[in-house]
Design a protein around this ligand. Structure first.
Ligand SMILES: [Zn+2]
Length: 314
């Protein structure tokens, strides 16, 4: 027995890897998630991806399957509760279905916790006793390591940091509440702000493509000195700082680690985040560093493999 299979299930992409005891990602496979086709189609896709990366191996060569899923899922019972990004993931027994399809033990965890576990064991949080991981992309997710262990909470649901409220009665969030951090600071909110400002800013290089701007366009223009783009990046950094400051106060991590799509521009966001934290966190928290994820897009895959290795103590 030598390998773990890691599955990182996202709302748009499904990725799999074969990982050995030395934590090398030996084989990879990626495919679109059939997110609109129902739960059985998603389970079939997971099984197919797992078979791709284990081709030629015996089932006795595999310790188990680590599965990272969009939440909220009850990681204790293995049931997807009401996952907004995947059709049919409503009270769906995900762990049992994948175990049935692959005849392997499945270790299931919410995606934010899985990625946090990956960063803690193999990435930018290695060796720390306490850290917070935040992923900023289509939404904002996260996971917390506190006092040397993974914070799971009731049903393994801890760490849904995107839904901490920063403006009660403010913007509507995908979760149904108003004022959630992700409604302000995730990628779509950033893009929406950029589009509405760029429409009015005729002198900006962002103006001609105002209707289709993506975060990457804003970061590129900011790097070239465009004033509107620079102010949009500064505002985004400040909004990230608002949530990060609250996370410092709640969990007192030694480090905050930022992943997800927007972390590709971490160097441009970092000055504004630091400025906000130094000005607004309570003094005792101001020296905590905010860093970019060490594993990039692989935090979830690495974490999923670590779930298996941790459970089987290898
Ligand atoms: Zn929300």
């Amino acid at each position: 027995v030598a390998f773990a299979v890691a599955i990182d299930l996202g709302g748009t992409q499904l990725r799999a890897a074969l990982v050995d005891r030395n934590r090398s990602l030996l084989r990879r496979h990626a495919m679109p998630t059939p997110a609109k086709d129902g739960a059985e189609a998603v389970v079939a896709a997971i099984a197919s991806a797992a078979r791709q990366v284990t081709a030629g191996l015996q089932s006795s060569d595999i310790f188990g399957i680590g599965l990272s899923s969009p939440g909220p899922i009850d990681a204790e019972s293995g049931v997807a509760l009401a996952v907004p990004t995947i059709a049919g993931f409503t009270n769906f027994p995900l762990r049992g279905a994948v175990e049935g399809a692959l005849s392997q033990n499945v270790f299931l965890e919410n995606d934010g916790i899985t990625a946090a576990f990956g960063e803690w064991t193999q990435g930018a949080g290695k060796g720390l006793r306490s850290m917070v991981y935040v992923t900023v992309s289509t939404g904002i997710g996260g996971g917390v390591i506190a006092d040397g262990r993974v914070l799971r909470g009731r049903k393994g649901l801890a760490g849904h940091v995107g839904h901490l409220c920063i403006d009660h009665g403010g913007l509507r969030c995908a979760c149904g509440n108003t004022g959630c951090w992700e409604a302000y600071a995730a990628g779509p909110a950033f893009a929406a702000r950029a589009r509405s400002r760029a429409r009015l800013a005729q002198g900006s290089s962002l103006h001609p493509n105002a209707g289709t701007l993506q975060p990457a366009d804003v970061f590129s223009a900011a790097a070239l000195g465009d004033q509107l783009a620079l102010s949009l990046v500064e505002e985004e950094a400040r909004l990230l700082g608002v949530g990060i400051t609250t996370l410092l106060h709640l969990f007192s991590p030694e480090r905050v680690i930022i992943g997800g799509g927007l972390s590709n521009a971490f160097d441009q966001l970092h000055p504004g985040i630091s400025t906000y934290v130094r000005a607004n966190a309570m003094p005792a928290f101001r020296d905590v560093e905010v860093v970019k994820s060490g594993l990039g897009g692989d935090s979830g895959l690495v974490g999923a493999a670590e779930l298996v290795f941790a459970a089987t103590a290898t």
